[in-house]
Every structure is written in structure tokens, then in C-alpha cells.
Write a protein that binds this ligand. Structure first.
Ligand code: DC
Length: 223
């Protein structure tokens, strides 16, 4: 059993298409920990408000507790959640503070699902800054817009989704702007996060780098 002076969370924040989700999932697999993609929450909320035909110009009038109550494993696993259009919508609803407060309770509750020897590996935009400021270890994963656009573009191509590289880059920039400039919990580097620029790293190298820091910290915790 681990002794935690902090909460047992590995927070992995960063902009879209930085590779944070891929590495977070691999870390959870490698160590037998629990993975949670917080972006899915905002994507699912985006889909729910689309289904409920909520007027996007009146997000301030939405009863967010009712919307959040509709989140369930089926909604969270919907294949359309990964669409870029849903990502854009997620980024719009993510600016609403009242929604973020509701989702904060949801995310903090995830800790109760951990067994005593597990960590929660969670990726998002505000995990290390707002949701779990006392996380055991924090990473901020980033890459240049050009590299992120290339990655997103080839990943979309593999899925049979065709957009030009310029369109993908423009969408990423729009999303970055919204995520970085919103008033409530904007994407930012936590003062105690390890910054990893993946622009010139392979997914395997990113994974190895994170494992290095995790192993070093685990070793120290048991020394
Ligand atoms: O990580 P993602 O692309 O699935 O996230 C979709 C949007 O959700 C992202 O543009 C901003 C928002 N988001 C957020 O505001 N806070 C989080 N912790 C995770 C995602």
C-alpha cells in the first residue's frame, strides 16, 4: 500500500493533440492503474445539449446539474464523441463555470473508485491546476501547433476523415485559443508540473520519459 501525503493522482494536462491521452492510457496500463479521460466529460455534455436542442447562445440558462445527471457509461462511450465537431462544442461548453463546478464533483468522486494501491491517471486541461492541485505527480504535455496538426491530420486520415492540414491546424488554433483564454480554469502550466515538449519525440519516447519520472518518485517514496 502506498502512503500518500498527496492525492493518488497523476495529472496530465496539455493542449489538444499533444499526445497526452495516448501516454496517459499507456501509463495506466503499464502500472495497473485507473485511467480517466476528462475531455470525454465535456464532449458527452456537448452531445447531450445537442440532443436536447439547447440554444448555444443561451448556455447561461442551462440547468447543468440536470445535464450532468444524464452522464452514464453508454453516453460516455458513444463513438461520435471523438469527432472534431464534438471537440469544438466541448471546448465551448467548457467555458461555462457552472458546468465546470458540477463536473468537478463528478471528477473528485473518481478517487473513491480506487483501491488502496492504485493511482488515478487523468488527462485534461485543469487536472493539476484545479481538480487535483494536490496530485502526486503532474505533467504538462505540449507540442508545436504544426506538429499537433500533422498528428491529428494523419490520425483523421486513418479513420477515413478527410480535411486539409490547414483546416485541421485552424481548428486546433481555435480550440487552443478558447481553452487558454477562458476565465474559468483555463489551460495553464501548474507551477509544480513537469513540462514535456513532445514536438521531437516519438510516442514511445514520451512514454519512457514519463515512466522515468514516475519510477524515480515511486523509488523515493519507498526509500
Ligand atoms: O481533451 P479533449 O480534446 O477531449 O477535450 C475536449 C474539450 O474539453 C477541450 O477543448 C476543452 C475541454 N476540456 C476542459 O475544459 N477541461 C478538461 N479537463 C478536459 C477537457
Amino acid at each position: 500500500m502506498f502512503a500518500h501525503p498527496t492525492v493518488p493522482v497523476i495529472a496530465i494536462d496539455g493542449p489538444s493533440a499533444s499526445g497526452k491521452g495516448t501516454v496517459a492510457r499507456r501509463i495506466a496500463d503499464e502500472y495497473g492503474w485507473v485511467y480517466f479521460d476528462s475531455g470525454l466529460l465535456y464532449r458527452a455534455v456537448g452531445m447531450i445539449i445537442l440532443t436536447n436542442q439547447v440554444d448555444l447562445s443561451h448556455l447561461d440558462r442551462v440547468n447543468w446539474a440536470t445535464i450532468v445527471a444524464q452522464l452514464n457509461p453508454v453516453v460516455m462511450a458513444h463513438p461520435d464523441l471523438k469527432l472534431e465537431s464534438v471537440g469544438q462544442l466541448a471546448s465551448r461548453v467548457a467555458a461555462v463555470e457552472a458546468l465546470r463546478t458540477q463536473l468537478m464533483y463528478f471528477q473528485c468522486n473518481l478517487l473513491s473508485k480506487l483501491s488502496s494501491d492504485q493511482f488515478l491517471v487523468m488527462d485534461g486541461r485543469d487536472i493539476g491546476t484545479v481538480i487535483f492541485p494536490d496530485a502526486w505527480l503532474k505533467f504538462y504535455i505540449t507540442a508545436s501547433v504544426g506538429v499537433r496538426a500533422q498528428r491529428r491530420h494523419s490520425e483523421m486520415k486513418k479513420r477515413g476523415v478527410h480535411h486539409t492540414l490547414e483546416e485541421v491546424a485552424k481548428d486546433l488554433e481555435a480550440r487552443d485559443f478558447r481553452d487558454l483564454s477562458r476565465q474559468s480554469a483555463p489551460l495553464k502550466l501548474a507551477h509544480d508540473a513537469l513540462l514535456i515538449d513532445t514536438s521531437h519525440l516519438t510516442a514511445q519516447e514520451v512514454f519512457q520519459r514519463l515512466c522515468y519520472f514516475i519510477d524515480a518518485k515511486l523509488k523515493k517514496a519507498f526509500a
